[in-house]
Design a protein around this ligand. Structure first.
Ligand code: MG
Length: 477
């Protein structure tokens, strides 16, 4: 029925996948970004320490498996689940969408009004009757992926599957086999410990466990009764006689801290310890275990009129205070999430699986174009543009005005297209594709770049005249 019902796939090289896991891809992407001279927002120091260089300093203690929690997103699902292609003649196989959530679809726990309509348009309620595959890629976290998908399904009035969802800590599961005892920071109550254990982490310690073992760790923090009840007895659990017998092999900040002061103290204590041993202090301040943050957003769009401080702010504080309290030694921490290219590569794998599972698009090649819609230039737009520079296919960045980005300002990282809302972004992408399809027909298969005038012409039922514009912030190409 639609003009995309049997589109001819353009010839393109299959993506070269040289990394077998996110962990490897993370190393690889950091190295490549270094080669490109790309640094993380606001950072001057050299990036790309080898993630494995500061790994285990102890044997993996034979602790019992802590995880009774059933994994909602175990390594076998959805990424390696059997694929059952089901033909879907109305689905677009040439392009797809990926969405940031906060400030694009949701704000302060409520859907942005245009978001519900945008999802309907993607699900086929458009003038071409085409369904467009889409995934969600948020830096947020602190819940099981299944829980967050349930929330999102209600908010957006659609069915959102974990197979189309990546949050900040999702890629951390690929590190579960790399470390034995880890500290997991952030989130409500025990939630992040549960999530980490569902990922396969074998021995997860929380700041609450450390405060229970030694309340003077953070003098002004008093655990509540339920926190005390939920925290674990570290000495008994590890069969240790003193805390310094326990070695933290890595620190993972899964979600936003609920108590920055005590979490900061505990992260710094471990960063300045002798090889991750609790309650010890290094003489050289260079023996601490690796510290990973699930993302690096300094600001995020919440219910408040102005953007709120995010995990990236805590990361800056950790690094700055470490330097101030260690005689000038630098601390290099690591961040997942956008704008890391490895996160977008992870999204590419998820999208391919999702297109195959949900839409029967079993082609090994990714969609020719992925439209990424975000509200934060420093993470969404920067990461999409960096991915576009590296990937074989096109990653097309669209910035909306409903979140962190303030209309009228010059974004530090420029999108290919600036629009008011996510609905405008969806219309823009679909129309662009339809016009490209038309241009291919009229030029014997050659795809031409487009501008707003061309898109407008199509919307009015006219044949556009194609021309190239140079300024990517103003032109649509
Ligand atoms: Mg956002």
């Amino acid at each position: 029925m639609s003009s995309l019902s049997a589109p001819k796939r353009p010839g393109m090289c299959p993506r070269q996948v040289s990394s077998s896991s996110f962990a490897d891809a993370f190393d690889d992407a950091r190295r490549r970004l270094d080669e490109l001279g790309v640094q993380e927002p606001g950072e001057d120091e050299v990036l790309s320490p080898a993630l494995s260089s500061s790994s285990s300093t102890t044997d993996e203690s034979a602790l019992g498996s802590p995880g009774e929690t059933e994994s909602p997103l175990s390594p076998s699902t959805p990424f390696t689940a059997p694929i059952t292609p089901a033909a879907d003649p109305d689905v677009a196989d040439d392009f797809a969408f990926a969405f940031d959530i906060d400030g694009v679809l949701i704000r302060g726990g409520k859907p942005i009004p245009e978001a519900i309509e945008a999802m309907r348009v993607l699900n086929g309620e458009n003038e071409w009757g085409v369904k467009v595959p889409y995934i969600f890629l948020t830096n947020g976290g602190g819940k099981f992926e299944t829980e967050r998908c349930r929330d999102l399904s209600e908010q957006l009035e659609i069915d959102v599957s974990p197979g189309q969802f990546i949050c900040g800590h999702t890629p951390m599961r690929e590190f579960a086999d790399r470390y034995g005892t880890v500290l997991v920071v952030g989130g409500e109550g025990e939630k992040c410990r549960d999530v980490a254990e569902s990922y396969g982490f074998r021995d997860v310690i929380t700041p609450g466990d450390i405060l229970r073992a030694n309340a003077s760790t953070a003098p002004f923090r008093k655990l509540t009764e339920s926190e005390l009840a939920n925290s674990r007895d570290l000495l008994a659990r590890h069969g240790a006689t003193k805390l310094s017998d326990i070695v933290i092999e890595a620190v993972f900040v899964f979600a936003d801290s609920r108590d920055w002061a005590s979490d900061l103290q505990i992260i710094l204590d471990i960063a300045q310890s002798r090889g991750g041993r609790l309650e010890t202090r290094s003489a050289t301040f260079d023996e601490g275990p690796p510290i990973y943050f699930s993302h690096n957003d300094v600001l995020w769009s919440a219910a408040h009129e102005h953007a709120r401080l995010g995990m990236g702010a805590l990361r800056r504080i950790v690094e700055t205070v470490f330097e101030d309290t260690s005689g000038g030694k630098k601390l290099e921490t690591h961040a997942f999430g956008k704008p890391q290219v490895s996160t977008f590569e992870f999204a590419t794998r998820l999208l391919q699986q999702w297109r195959a599972q949900q839409h029967g698009l079993a082609d090994s090649a990714p969609p020719r174009t992925v439209y990424f819609v975000g509200d934060t230039p420093e993470s969404d737009i920067r990461g999409t543009n960096a991915m576009d520079a590296k990937a074989e296919n096109e990653w097309y960045s669209i910035l909306v005005k409903t979140g962190v980005y303030q209309d009228g300002t010059e974004p530090r990282y420029k999108p290919r297209k600036l629009v008011d809302t996510v609905l405008d972004a969806v219309h823009h992408g679909i129309r662009r594709e339809m016009v490209r399809l038309g241009s291919r027909k009229s030029t014997g298969g050659r795809m031409l770049p487009l501008d707003d005038a061309a898109l407008k012409a199509v919307g009015e039922g006219r044949t556009p005249s194609f021309e190239v514009q140079d300024d990517p912030f103003l032109a649509v190409v």
